[in-house]
Design a protein around this ligand. Structure first.
Ligand code: AHG
Ligand code: MN
Ligand code: MN
Length: 333
């Protein structure tokens, strides 16, 4: 018997007064994201049936192979946001530069910029493993009525007004925060409506899962190697369980629900780590903190890093607060 949950639409309307200076613009923006996510979800779900899996034969700005679904998801989110005249600028992992939504689209007067990883974990799509979308929303710092500038996008994560992810998994969920806790909504695909299935999500202070690509072990910094040995030691409630999907969204979503730590450290191969600060680390860090967890680059709070480049990378440690704290101890010892 299905329970009768609140819908996302009802939730947005009921909580609109939480936003300072709210004019409904942020609510409409989140509405546009949920709509684009439904379109992408539809395509992801039938990916094996249509010619949309595999590589497109080109690389994105970080030199990574672009999958057809990366490009498709990117186009859907950008078009949905521009058509609704709801943002003044968009930056995406898949685009070299930010997009200025121009005045004929009404964009100059909008208050918010969106930064996104339109399809996270895309190398998993061909093997039917969960992928996601990550988004981050800031209030512009340049004056409304003018074109957006780079500074609108290069704000530290602690300035985010909202952040979230969509997971296209065994069921599709939208999980987001506007700075008042984290709420998760599950899509009922039969009627295309998201329902509040996971109200006020929190991650436990302690966890027993560690998620890291251990194949890179030899390239890891000594602090990470020591922390991994700690996780594997037979003592107290250890050894912990290792779980790594290779889709940040899926690994993080599982760890929030079960308790755990996710690590993508620097390595001798990737001296700044792999994950992108603006499209991946900052939004996930805001979600983690809002869920009582912690997010760090191994030494400092992710959300306090002042970015200097759109496609900047950062080492990333996030999850149960005591686990992240312990990993930081090993990094500094
Ligand atoms: P994207 O598909 O957006 O490029 O992101 C892939 C990321 C992240 O989702 C995942 O956790 C990580 O890359 C996996 O990297 P490795 O294959 O190096 O472990
Ligand atoms: Mn990604
Ligand atoms: Mn991506």
């Amino acid at each position: 018997m299905e329970q009768s949950f609140q819908t996302l639409g009802e939730f947005i309307i009921d909580n609109q007064s939480d936003f300072q200076y709210s004019t409904g613009e942020l609510s409409r923006l989140i509405n546009s994201i949920r709509l684009a996510a439904k379109t992408v979800n539809y395509q992801v779900n039938k990916a094996g049936l249509v010619d949309i899996t595999g590589s497109i034969g080109s690389s994105n700005t970080s030199g990574e192979d672009q999958q057809k679904l990366d490009v498709y998801a990117n186009d859907v989110f950008i078009k949905t946001l521009i058509d609704r005249q709801i943002v003044c600028g968009i930056a995406s992992e898949e685009n070299d530069d930010f997009i200025c939504v121009n005045s004929s689209d009404g964009g100059y007067n909008n208050k918010y910029v969106v930064l996104m990883d339109p399809l996270d974990g895309s190398s998993n799509i061909d093997v039917n493993v969960s992928v996601g979308t990550i988004f981050s929303i800031y209030r512009r710092v340049s004056p409304p009525g003018t074109p957006v500038v780079l500074e609108d996008f290069l704000q530290p994560g602690n300035q985010q007004v909202a952040a979230g992810y969509i997971i296209y998994g065994t069921s599709t969920m939208l999980v987001y925060t506007t700075g008042h806790g984290v709420n998760g909504f599950t899509l009922n695909p039969a009627i295309g409506t998201y329902y509040l299935s996971h109200p006020q999500m929190t991650i436990s202070e302690d966890g027993r899962i560690y998620s890291i690509n251990e194949g890179n072990y030899v390239h890891f910094p000594i602090g990470v190697k020591k922390y991994l040995k700690f996780c594997q030691e037979e003592k107290d409630d250890r050894p912990y369980t290792s779980r790594y999907i290779g889709s940040l969204v899926s690994d993080v979503h599982r760890n929030i629900i079960k308790g755990g730590i996710y690590i993508y450290p620097t390595s001798s191969k990737a001296p700044n780590g792999k994950l992108r600060l603006l499209y991946e680390c900052n939004p996930i860090a805001m979600i983690m903190e809002q869920a009582n967890g912690k997010a760090s680059d191994g030494y400092q709070r992710i959300l306090d890093i002042v970015p200097t480049e759109l496609h900047q990378r950062a080492p990333f440690f996030c999850g149960s607060s005591n686990m992240v704290r312990k990993a930081e101890e090993f990094m500094s010892s």
